[in-house]
Each structure stands twice: as structure tokens, then as C-alpha cells.
Design a protein around this ligand. Structure first.
Ligand SMILES: Cc1cc2nc3c(=O)[nH]c(=O)nc-3n(C[C@H](O)[C@H](O)[C@H](O)COP(=O)(O)OP(=O)(O)OC[C@H]3O[C@@H](n4cnc5c(N)ncnc54)[C@H](O)[C@@H]3O)c2cc1C
Length: 433
């Protein structure tokens, strides 16, 4: 098979791949210079939609509605856009071998690709229960990462209308999926081992609100235990979930959200890694010549905190993609740009809730506002104070202006005199910064 050569290849047509393509077009690109190679069958899209609008029982989000870059208020890049710009979108193509020394890639179907510059944007893959030794091959056990997973889940939900769903995991996917299944009138039980949901970000106080809110919506929550197996019907469909504490839950459908890991296996031994992803500098350059890594697949210097971090959130995928293309383009002119100076930003939406978080969740957490799950306004937040300074801020049900205010406070890191006073002042403190 003839080998195809491109000046730039982006491996992975997800969020970072799409935003990088837009930045290349902005910076100037000749037709035929850039290719995006992606395992998925569709042009880059805003992945967060899969666990939210995509699962709505009515007026569900569908492509082409959420192709990048609509998630950040930008232009929607339809497949025709790539054609117009002379960008080759090579879809349904999984790369199974990468040889960085000869700058070549090979697909599962045997196609060969050569590049001058490679941007690795392979994202993450879900952790499976089978990775922990739990057999998960019964029908109607779902994972969610890509659009074809979401399509299977939608079919599963339709087939088990008003049935019983068990959601395994209490993180982002667990919380968003429990809400989506409940909105689809399923009887939902969440199971997770930790003492409260989203323990990597939420404090016990924050989690108390969400758990109470979910309970009021009819979601049952079982904490402190894990799934150790499944029972199935004669037709292979899941029937029950076996928990470590001995309980058995009836289930017509199971969704598992127990984490994800960066997809770096293709490059093992060829490029330096750190904290489970590919190590880069502040321009997303890796240890291999002419190879860059962005989004979930990168571990980069988080300048504000003076350490290397991995961030598996959409905002970083977008911004790292823009940074890498700018860095590549200026380096071709022998110039350079400022290194990446990222303020971590995460968000989630479920039911009629919507939160945003900026900064770092270390130090003392100070809750403020109305965090009663039964309250109609449920506007509350939390600051994190470390070494006398606010380093992180979280807000539920903030307006766009209020969200800007908490982003600023996390960036500016003002000094705090009294935690008690801060709690009383709440958002008022941040708006004065
Ligand atoms: C369901 C869901 C909901 C989410 N919701 C939120 C949210 O609300 N807020 C938030 O901040 N973040 C959210 N995230 C996380 C966010 O979507 C990711 O951080 C972001 O998509 C990372 O972008 P990426 O480009 O690095 O990887 P991805 O968007 O995952 O794209 C990687 C692409 O590379 C392709 N690929 C991988 N390996 C190969 C290969 N060998 N050959 C060819 N192609 C390959 C994949 O098929 C995929 O298309 C969510 C994630 C998921 C799965």
C-alpha cells in the first residue's frame, strides 16, 4: 500500500485534535499539509456532550450539532470545513504501530503514514472492571468514552424503559450518568467505594449537597463497597450486580464509570512519560524530536504550581491544542511564545445543576452560600485556602459573571485573614478581588 506523507499529523480526532485543526487554519496552512487520523468514524466533536445532552429522552443532542468548537462558543467545524481547508480527515482508522525514529505510523488496515511533525492527541481510554479482575461480559453493561459507546447506551436505555439501572462509580461519569438515567425514568442506584461522591475534588460538605439532591430526585446511593461480579439471564443480559458487602442489586442495565487512563501504549519506550502520560514542556514538546503531545495524553508543567500535572478535562484539551499549534508555527520562523500558563478549570452539569471549579483543591476548604439540597436556589460554593491564600474556588449554579469572579480569585490567589469571615462573605469576597 502506498505510503502517505504529511507535514503535520494529528493522531486522534477528539477535542484536542479538532481545536488544533482550527488553530492550524488560523495560523495559516497549505492544502495537503495537515492530516488528522482518528479511530472514530466522525469529525472531532465536544466529548462532554456524550454524558449530558446526548442521553436526553427528548431533543437529544446529535451530530452535527456538537462538533468542535461549539463547546467554547466557537465555529462548528463540519466535515466540509476540513475539506475546504485542505485538511485530510482520515477517519475510522486506528493506528496500531508508531515508529518515532522513522517518523511513521501504521494503521490496523495496513496503511502507512509518514509525518514531519506529529501531535499525539490520543486522549484516554476507560478503565474496565475486568482490569480489576471483575468479569464484565454480560450484555447491557456499558462504558462511555466514544460516540459509538453512547449510541449503544441510548439503545440500551430504550430497550429497558422504566427498568432498573445500576451505576458503578461515583465520579463525573457516575454522577452525570445517574442523572441522565433518572431523567430517562429509570430506577437508579449508584454504587461507589469512597465515603462520598467525587472525592478527588469534592469535600464532604460539597458532596453532601449533591448526594442529598440526587436522593431527592430518587437516585439511591450505596457507598463503601464495590461490584465484584454480575449475574445474568439465559440470554446473556445482566440480571444482578453482586457487591463486595454481600448485597445483590437487581439490574436491567449497568453503567460503569470507574476512571480512565491516558492512551500512550503506542509510544511506550520511545518517549519519556511522567505520571501516566507523555511528558512535555510548556510548549507540549515531548522528549522525541518533532513529537508533541496534548490533552489527556500529556503531563505538562503547570506553571502556577511549579509542578508537572496531568489534566483530563476538556478545557485543557482545547487550550493545549491551541498552544501547541502556535508553538510549532512560531518555531518555524525561529521565534518562540510564552510557555503554557494554565489555570485548571473543571465543570460538570447534571439535572438542573451546573458547577465550575478553578485552581487547586488543597488546604482548608471553606464552604459558603446555601448548600441545602432541598433549597430551590442551591447556590453555594467553596474556597480552598492554602498558606493563607485562596488557591481554589468552586461554585454551583453561578451566573457567567460569577463564574468569571471565581476564576479570577483562583488565579490572583488573594490573602485571607479569617476563614470564618471568608465563609460569611462568600462570593462577595471574590467579587472584590
Ligand atoms: C462522557 C464524557 C464526558 C465528559 N465530560 C466532561 C465535562 O463535563 N467537563 C470536562 O472538563 N471534561 C469532560 N470530559 C473529559 C474531556 O472530554 C476530555 O478531557 C477530552 O475529550 C480530552 O481531549 P483529547 O483530545 O485529549 O482526547 P479525546 O477527546 O478522547 O480524543 C482522542 C481521540 O483519539 C482517538 N484515538 C485514540 N487512539 C487512537 C489510535 N491509536 N488511532 C487513531 N485514533 C486514536 C480516539 O478515538 C479519540 O477520537 C468528559 C469525557 C467523557 C468521556
Amino acid at each position: 500500500m502506498a505510503e502517505k506523507h504529511f507535514k503535520y499529523v494529528i493522531l486522534g480526532g477528539g477535542v484536542a485534535g479538532g481545536y488544533a485543526a482550527r488553530e492550524f487554519a488560523t495560523q495559516g496552512l497549505k492544502p495537503g499539509e495537515l492530516a488528522i487520523i482518528s479511530k472514530e468514524a466522525v469529525a472531532p466533536y465536544e466529548r462532554p456532550a456524550l454524558s449530558k445532552g446526548y442521553l436526553f429522552p427528548e431533543s437529544a443532542a446529535r451530530l452535527p450539532g456538537f462538533h468542535v468548537c461549539v463547546g467554547s462558543g466557537g465555529e462548528r467545524l463540519l466535515p466540509e470545513w476540513y475539506k475546504e481547508k485542505g485538511i485530510e480527515l482520515i477517519l475510522s482508522t486506528e493506528i496500531v504501530k508508531a515508529d518515532l525514529s522513522s517518523k511513521s505510523l501504521r494503521s490496523a488496515a495496513g496503511e502507512a503514514f509518514k509525518y514531519d511533525i506529529l501531535i499525539i492527541a490520543t486522549g484516554s481510554t476507560v478503565l474496565k472492571l475486568s482490569d480489576f479482575g471483575v468479569k464484565d461480559d454480560a450484555k447491557n453493561i456499558f462504558y462511555l468514552r466514544e460516540i459509538n459507546d453512547a449510541d449503544k447506551l441510548v439503545e440500551g436505555i430504550k430497550a429497558k424503559k422504566n427498568g432498573k439501572a445500576v451505576v458503578i462509580g461515583g465520579g463525573y461519569i457516575g454522577l452525570e450518568l445517574s442523572a441522565a438515567l433518572r431523567i430517562n425514568s429509570m430506577d437508579v442506584t449508584m454504587v461507589f467505594p469512597e465515603p462520598w461522591c467525587m472525592p478527588r475534588l469534592f469535600t464532604a460538605d460539597i458532596a453532601k449537597f449533591y448526594e442529598g439532591y440526587y436522593a431527592n430526585k430518587g437516585v439511591k446511593i450505596i457507598k463503601g463497597t464495590v461490584a465484584v461480579g454480575f449475574g445474568s439471564h439465559a440470554n446473556g443480559e445482566v440480571k444482578e450486580v453482586h457487591l463486595k458487602d454481600g448485597r445483590v442489586l437487581d439490574a436491567d442495565l449497568v453503567v460503569v464509570g470507574v476512571g480512565a487512563k491516558p492512551l500512550t501504549t503506542l509510544f511506550k519506550g520511545q518517549v519519556a512519560e511522567e505520571k501516566g502520560a507523555i511528558k512535555t514542556d510548556g510548549f507540549f514538546k515531548t522528549s522525541a524530536p518533532d513529537v508533541y503531545a496534548v490533552g489527556d495524553a500529556s503531563t505538562f508543567p503547570l506553571k502556577m504550581y511549579g509542578e508537572l500535572r496531568r489534566v483530563e478535562h476538556v478545557d485543557h484539551a482545547r487550550k493545549s491544542a491551541e498552544q501547541v499549534v502556535k508553538a510549532i508555527k512560531v518555531s518555524e520562523e525561529g521565534k518562540s511564545i510564552e510557555e503554557y500558563d494554565y489555570l485548571p478549570y473543571f465543570y460538570s452539569r447534571s439535572f438542573d445543576l451546573s458547577w465550575q471549579f478553578y485552581g487547586d483543591n488543597v488546604g482548608d476548604a471553606v464552604i459558603f452560600g446555601d448548600s441545602d439540597p432541598a433549597s430551590p436556589q442551591h447556590k453555594f460554593g467553596s474556597y480552598w485556602v492554602n498558606n493563607g491564600k485562596i488557591v481554589g474556588a468552586f461554585l454551583e449554579s453561578g451566573t457567567p459573571e460569577e463564574n468569571k469572579v471565581i476564576a479570577k480569585v483562583a488565579k490572583v490567589q488573594p490573602l485571607v485573614e479569617s476563614l470564618e469571615k471568608l465563609s460569611k462573605e462568600g462570593l462577595g469576597f471574590a467579587s472584590k478581588v
